[in-house]
Ligand binder design. Structure first.
Ligand code: FES
Length: 114
């Protein structure tokens, strides 16, 4: 897994009042979500019809709620908790002494393209 820095610290991140933001990292847009003092990262677009997840909100159970059709996804594992059968990609977040990092799996199939 490769980790990329998204900020020097949590306070450097500009989150919406809902605790969400879309950030660019490693050439990719992702959504970050602060819930119960834990920072999560997931795909920027909803797997249902592509709505911007950062425009939604996080419910009391820690599900990110899509702004368009209100499907819910666990911030822990991306599971579609309202049962429509979709899956939201989630990413590992690490706080390190030198910043906030998000991890991406290496796609071995395309490794030769680097
Ligand atoms: S686009 Fe997200 S639930 Fe439909």
């Amino acid at each position: 897994m490769n980790f990329y820095k998204i900020a020097e610290s949590l306070s450097e991140l500009t989150l919406s009042p809902n605790g969400l933001a879309e950030v660019e990292v490693n050439g990719k847009s992702i959504c970050i979500a602060l819930h119960n003092n834990t920072l999560h990262a997931c795909a920027a677009k909803c797997p249902h019809a592509g709505a911007a997840m950062a425009q939604g909100y996080v419910d009391g159970l820690g599900n990110i709620v899509c702004p368009l059709h209100r499907y819910k996804f666990s911030l822990q594992n991306g599971r579609n908790t309202t049962g429509e059968g979709y899956f939201l990609k989630s990413y590992q977040v690490e706080f390190r002494p030198d910043g906030v990092f998000v991890g991406f799996e290496e796609h071995k199939l395309f490794k030769w393209q680097k």
